[in-house]
Design a protein around this ligand. Structure first.
Ligand code: GLY
Length: 357
């Protein structure tokens, strides 16, 4: 078992990486918790419900199903779920178990954050992307039409139970989408992880347990370190947004229906790499290596028909824009990034154009 401590002013908790841990969920639920609400989707429950049912070891629980899909990560289903909880007798002693991918982790976490002004949540991510990113660190929320995750709250979980075995049934596209977040971790903070991804591509793509467990543990360690240093994204946590500024623009521009989040991040990392090279932050050699790593785990779906001008317009309205300035996380070498602002619109447009290919 690997366990990574996340220490924030709000809560100190463990992110546990262990095959089979989801089958021991009951051990991580407070003995005196009231009603247990498992928040999931019909699809996740169909494929993995048995795992969690075993994990709850007979503890009574109720299912709440959310709609799947980034385009339905909206406030209305949260309100409906909260009403349903009240109808089923939820109170301040109730607990949410978030069981699903990143969208479920974000939405169920947000439901827990605002239900009766906050009840505990245990996060059990069932996709690679959620295991290495979304479920750890307490970011919860939903999308507005105008942008991704524009309403939300920091709500740290009681624990994060990361069971690599649940990835065995994950569709190939979802798995690859998660791998882009792992590449992100390597580029921003861990050249050893980056090298492993390059050298062990076949083992990673074949989901060999040793390779999968290693890349998850490395990514979760990085996430735990960064969130512990900066829970509220005032400083260091911003590095986790490498590829996200461009990626969020792409997701919003395509109404959250054409790309999985990880695929949008892959596009965003490409754009940031081109931008870093254009602005003199990154050597051509490292840029080639980074782009090759992203391509190795691709391809991402076609980017045909995406407008450079529209993406640029959306970037200027990203929530990471501070006082009108867009901040970019730019790689400076494998394992290190810098935060840059004041970059000309022309350089940004050129980077977008290059990344669109
Ligand atoms: N997904 C970026 C973060 O958790 O800060």
């Amino acid at each position: 078992m690997r366990s990574f401590r996340v220490e924030t002013p709000q809560r100190v908790y463990e992110a546990i990486v262990e095959r089979g841990v989801a089958r021991r969920t009951a051990e991580y639920l407070p003995a005196n918790a009231g009603k247990i609400f498992v928040v999931t989707t019909a699809d996740v429950w169909k494929h993995q419900g048995g795992t969690l049912t075993e994990g709850l070891a007979g503890r009574p629980h109720q299912l709440l199903e959310l709609p799947g899909g980034e385009d339905r990560k909206r406030l209305a289903p949260i309100e409906a779920a909260a009403e349903e909880m009240v109808r089923r007798g939820a109170d301040r002693s109730s607990i949410v178990v978030a069981f699903g991918g990143g969208i479920v982790n974000d939405m169920a976490g947000f439901l827990a954050a605002i239900f009766m002004r906050g009840i505990p949540v245990v996060q059990i991510p069932t996709t690679l992307l959620a295991q290495v990113d979304a479920a750890v660190g307490g970011k919860t929320g939903v999308n507005l039409v105008s942008g991704k995750n524009l309403i939300g709250a920091f709500h740290q979980p009681l624990a994060v139970l990361i069971d690599p075995a649940v990835l065995d049934t994950l569709p190939e596209r979802e798995y690859r989408a998660g791998l882009y977040e792992v590449i992100k971790c390597g580029i921003i903070r861990d050249s050893g992880l980056f090298d492993f991804l390059r050298e062990e591509r076949s083992a990673v793509l074949a989901r060999e347990p040793g390779a999968v467990d290693r890349i998850i543990a490395d990514s979760v360690r990085i996430k735990a370190e960064v969130v512990t240093a900066d829970e509220r994204e005032g400083d260091l946590r911003r590095i986790l947004n490498f590829g996200h500024t461009f990626g969020h623009a792409l997701e919003a521009e395509t109404a959250y229906t054409r790309f999985l989040h990880g695929e949008a991040v892959a596009f965003g990392m490409r754009a940031a790499i081109y931008l870093a090279q254009k602005t003199g932050h990154l050597s051509a050699e490292d840029a080639v290596d980074m782009l090759a790593a992203i391509n190795d785990y691709g391809p991402i779906p076609s980017l045909a028909g995406i407008s450079v001008e529209n993406l640029l317009g959306r970037l200027l309205h990203d929530k990471k824009t501070v006082q009108g300035k867009v901040h970019f996380i730019l790689p400076v070498r494998i394992g290190e990034v810098a935060i840059a602002s004041g970059i000309s619109e022309r350089a940004i447009s050129e980077a977008i154009r290059a990344a669109l290919g």
